[in-house]
Design a protein around this ligand. Structure first.
Ligand SMILES: [Zn+2]
Length: 380
């Protein structure tokens, strides 16, 4: 069993840590997304420099490319990508349901066509455990069906039941199989149920019975209004075990993370810092900056005076703007490093404030400066 310790609480917000064979992960934690065994545009040296403790990678993508044979020959993903800290892999459920247009859901798994070459594949809960054994992630997730938003009650009910049954099959396959590379692997269940309270309750209860190492909240940040997301998170965490990590999948903007921490979430992942960074949107303590804006043409100040990352320590807004306008690939790296450091620092400060017991007060203040001054929607 994964050892998780909640060391401080400030109302529902928690500070703690867990340990894998690849090191300590302090919570609240943000996991940079390395879909294909790389965090886009950021090399491993900089991930270490900004004190990344865990990255997320993706079962669906790694299974299709480079494939489990190569990963096993390499000695697992840690050795393949030369990353000696922790790795969590999602199960591929989300990608099967979002990337693949042709799929058939059956009680024993899901058939889908590769988004790369159209070839047909079948993911069963057992097979997905096997792929994650080949990857060697420290934390694996169970195959689930992620419902879209909005979604009919009846569909969500049947889907949540299917996810519970897949979770039981996954747990059994996990217990019957062994890690391949000499380090321990752990497994998280995924709570579904869309925005329906009684279905979240049903899904949570089913998964707790299976006694996973941690629990993810899936099926949110798929287009529902943010208040509904917060209410669903609040309601779901109130039913989740105190002594297991809680991971909110795919969320979100900096202020969304802070609101979820307030509601008792410990772990996050999101493509936003890297994707928005590559699109020239930089998160700062004074809101989001669009680096293509002409007003930065001769602004030689740092991106964020409150940031100590490689980008902010060495380069100006004017230089970064020039790189984006000129289409230079260094722009993508510098922007991604800064945005990831912004997210990771936000998690570290949240942790400190929870320990000091003034998280809520700090959060109300910081949310004003990081979001309200921002007149730009980073996704546009
Ligand atoms: Zn910076």
């Amino acid at each position: 069993m994964l050892k998780f310790f909640v060391t401080s609480k400030d109302k529902k917000a928690r500070a703690g840590y867990f340990e894998t064979d690849h090191g300590t992960v302090e919570t609240p934690a943000f996991m940079p997304v390395g879909t294909q065994g790389t965090v886009k545009a950021v090399n491993q040296k900089y991930l270490e420099e900004i004190k990344t403790q865990i990255v997320l990678s993706n079962t669906y993508h790694l299974y299709l490319r480079p494939g489990t044979e190569v990963l096993e020959k390499a000695g697992g993903l840690h050795r393949f990508m030369n990353w000696q800290k922790s790795i969590l892999t999602d199960s591929g459920g989300f990608q099967v349901f979002s990337l693949s247009d042709l799929r058939k859901v059956k009680p024993e798994g899901v058939e889908f066509k590769s988004h790369l070459d159209g070839s047909t594949h079948f993911f069963s809960p057992e097979k997905v455990v096997g792929i994650q054994r080949s990857i060697g992630s420290d934390i694996m997730l169970v195959l689930d069906e992620c419902t879209p938003y909005p979604c009919e009650y009846e569909y969500v009910l049947n889907s949540a039941k299917l996810t519970s049954s897949w979770a039981a099959m996954s747990k059994e396959a996990f217990e019957k199989s062994l890690p391949l590379y000499g380090h321990k692997q752990f497994m998280f269940g995924i709570i579904q149920g869309s925005i329906y309270g009684d279905l979240r309750e049903l899904s949570t209860a089913d998964l707790i019975k299976l006694d996973f190492d941690g629990y993810a909240i899936g099926g949110l940040a798929v287009g529902e209004p943010v208040e509904i997301m917060y209410d669903t998170v609040d309601f779901t965490t109130s039913m989740m075990p105190e002594d297991k990590p809680r991971y909110l999948m795919g969320v979100g903007r900096p202020e969304n993370l802070l609101e979820a921490i307030k509601r008792g979430v410990d772990m996050f992942d999101c493509v936003m810092p890297t994707r928005n960074g590559r699109n020239a949107y930089l998160f700062t303590s004074n809101g989001v900056l669009s680096m293509r804006n002409a007003k930065y043409k001769d602004d030689f100040s740092a991106i964020d005076d409150n940031c100590n990352c490689y980008t902010c320590t060495n380069f100006s807004k004017a230089y970064l703007r020039h790189l984006f306008i000129a289409g230079e690939i260094l722009a993508l790296e510098l922007a991604s490093i800064h945005n990831l450091n912004f997210y990771l620092s936000l998690m570290r400060t949240s942790r400190e404030k929870i320990i000091e017991g003034n998280f809520s007060e700090w959060k109300s203040e910081i949310v004003k400066s990081i979001s309200l001054k921002n007149k730009i929607n980073p996704e546009e």
